[in-house]
Design a protein around this ligand. Structure first.
Ligand SMILES: Cc1ncc(COP(=O)(O)O)c(C=O)c1O
Length: 326
């Protein structure tokens, strides 16, 4: 952890991490990989500050609380249009948007690919033509194969599928990196970060080292393709049980269901609380839904095994038998 980020051994670590990511994700050469700080939330501001360069217009799909935060941040800097929102329905689905709503002269089009709190995901990405698609993949990166060339920019906070909190991964098409307003702080300038190989200042060195280990692990698992097969199996196991259960009910629209975050309720908040408490006694922890929505949420990121999900389903079955009449 004391290793200088300018030292040769550290250069080998960061370069290897980037090379491995490029390989497992199939990142084309005309994209730059940045390892930044400030969490995914700082990207909510960095994106408009750097990408609103021409028309100063951007289109947003408001599919959850993080998309909404990103939208609010962008509204400080440009002409932002909400082309679709599911806010009125507690973000329980991905808004279906008519492409005629998209502005052809927008500087970018923004989505949150997987909505962590609500358990929804884009199963098909918007076709935005020449307008660069920017996606927050904080809670789904490397969980399934993605064609990077379809995006102008992909970013993710590390703390779900990449490694410890503290690193924010940005993958950005080179033509989107350019001069920004001189008032943009240096630390928020993609060009400065890119020109300095993510080392304008000290990068989150230890976190980047951990990401490199994670990329090795993914490769060892058979790559993103193999993880996707396993992730689909895990999610299907849980959703199939929920769909035939008389006690539990999924809260996300079926066609938009996430592979990473499975949200469900019993319909009775007291019973939900009992479920969470009893599950914890079985070692099934972190199952409580986000404080803004309640109920339950099983986050089954890449590190969760099929056996782990099976254990949860077995426990849900047992709980259902014991509490059916409650
Ligand atoms: C999809 C998504 N975007 C953004 C964030 C915010 O990330 P951070 O806490 O790194 O700012 C999260 C956090 O969980 C998230 O799930």
């Amino acid at each position: 952890m004391e290793m200088s980020h300018r030292s040769k051994p550290y250069a080998a670590i960061i370069e290897a991490a980037e090379a491995k990511l490029r390989k497992i994700m199939g990142i084309p050469d005309n994209y730059t990989v940045l390892f930044l700080q400030g969490g995914a939330s700082l990207q909510f501001a960095m994106i408009p500050l750097n990408l609103l360069r021409n028309s100063k217009k951007a289109d947003y799909i408001e599919s959850g609380a993080f998309a909404s935060k990103a939208l609010k941040e962008a509204q400080k800097y440009g002409d932002i249009k909400v082309v679709g929102s599911s806010k009125a329905d507690k973000y329980s689905y991905i808004p279906k948007v008519d492409p005629s709503e998209y502005r052809q002269d927008a500087d970018y089009f923004y989505i949150c690919a997987n909505n962590t709190i609500y358990g929804t995901k884009f199963h098909e990405y918007p076709e935005t033509g020449n307008v660069p698609l920017v996606a927050d993949m904080s809670s789904c990166i490397l969980s399934e194969k993605v064609d990077v060339s379809k995006f102008g920019m992909i970013y993710a906070g590390a703390q779900k599928n990449l490694g410890p909190a503290g690193v924010t991964l940005v993958i950005i098409r080179n033509d989107l990196i350019g001069e920004v307003d001189e008032k943009v702080p240096a630390m928020l300038n993609y060009k400065l970060m890119a020109d300095n190989g993510s080392m304008y200042n000290t990068p989150p060195t230890y976190g980047i080292y951990m990401l490199g280990l994670m990329f090795d692990w993914i490769e060892g698992q058979g790559g993103v393709e193999a993880l996707e097969v396993r992730n689909r199996e895990k999610a299907a196991l849980l959703y199939d049980y929920i769909d035939q259960s008389e006690l539990f009910k999924g809260t996300a629209a079926k066609e938009d269901r996430s592979l990473m975050n499975v949200t469900f309720v019993t319909g009775n908040p007291d019973l939900d609380a009992k479920f969470v408490a009893e599950a914890a006694k079985e070692g099934l922890v972190n199952i409580k839904g986000h404080r803004s929505v309640g109920g339950m949420r099983a986050s089954i990121y890449n590190a969760m095994t099929l056996e782990g999900v099976q254990k949860l389903v077995d426990f849900m079955k047992k709980f259902e038998v014991e509490n059916k009449e409650a």
